[in-house]
Design a protein around this ligand. Structure first.
Ligand code: MF3
Ligand code: CO
Length: 250
């Protein structure tokens, strides 16, 4: 069931989104060669706590951290670790969700560590751009399929692939609500978008095959071919005035 939010609830989600966005910025600034991903998670956890907010991922289905930090061929759900030490040339996807006063906001971005290859830069740019292509379609009267279709067309035109096994989602009083928001699809299909719907749009885009596998820890999700993956995400409210991005850094 899709839950429509009031304007007041959307403002609460924007407050959560503000903290999630600042936490993501802080995490991105901490990405540099020699840093381990546990250190980054620790900074984020402290920041979220300092704001009186709660990490939505810490303890979620047993997930052990306040961030997901996914390096190179790790697509999503990389678990921060002292053993995972960043080096120049890595691409680092960081996903952060927080809740404040009962409402969640969710965002992610992929950062460059030191100097990255031209191919990696292009992947990051295309993935980020595909998120905005999707957001543009998050308007009243469109359908969920319009969002996924825009993302899919944008990335496949650049010979990248869209992960199928994981998708975006509604977000609100719960981190994951209806509807599912696939990053692929058909124009004019799926749930119709109404004012007050709030969704997390999160293209996960691979350099090679769209196929992924989950490692033995039950979380870490990698590309099957070992090629790079990128991930960008915003929480967005659908309003009569168009898409309203709730996870912007002011
Ligand atoms: N922020 C992630 C998302 O986009 C949450 C991943 S679930 C977790 O849905 F358990 F890994 F935290
Ligand atoms: Co999400």
């Amino acid at each position: 069931m899709v839950i429509i939010k009031t304007e007041r609830e959307i403002e609460k989600m924007r407050a959560a989104g503000q903290i999630a966005a600042r936490a993501l910025k802080l995490a991105g600034e901490a990405v540099r060669p020699g840093v381990d991903t546990f250190e980054i998670d620790d900074k984020v956890r402290k920041y979220i706590e300092s704001q009186g907010a709660i990490s939505s991922t810490l303890g979620y289905g047993g997930y052990p951290a306040s961030t997901c930090i996914s390096v190179n061929d790790v697509v999503i759900h990389g678990i921060p670790s002292k053993k995972c030490i960043l080096k120049s040339g890595d691409i680092v996807s960081i996903d952060i969700a927080v809740s404040l006063e009962g409402f969640h906001a969710d965002n992610a971005a992929t950062f460059a560590c030191g100097e990255i290859s031209e191919e990696a830069k292009n992947l990051l740019e295309a993935t980020k751009e595909s998120l905005y292509e999707g957001i543009k379609k998050a308007v009243v009267g469109n359908r969920i399929g319009d969002i996924g279709n825009a993302i899919q067309r944008y990335v496949e035109a650049r010979s990248y692939s869209v992960v199928r096994d994981f998708v975006g989602h509604g977000v609100g009083a719960k981190l994951h609500e209806d509807p599912s928001v696939p990053n692929y699809g058909t124009q004019g299909r799926g749930v119709r978008l109404l004012p007050g719907m709030t969704i997390a749009i999160e293209p996960m885009i691979n350099q090679g095959t769209h196929r992924v596998k989950v490692l033995g820890d039950g979380w870490t999700t990698v590309t099957q071919d070992g090629k790079l993956a990128a991930h960008f995400e915003h929480s967005v409210a659908i309003t009569k005035d168009g898409p309203d991005i709730l996870t912007l850094c002011e």
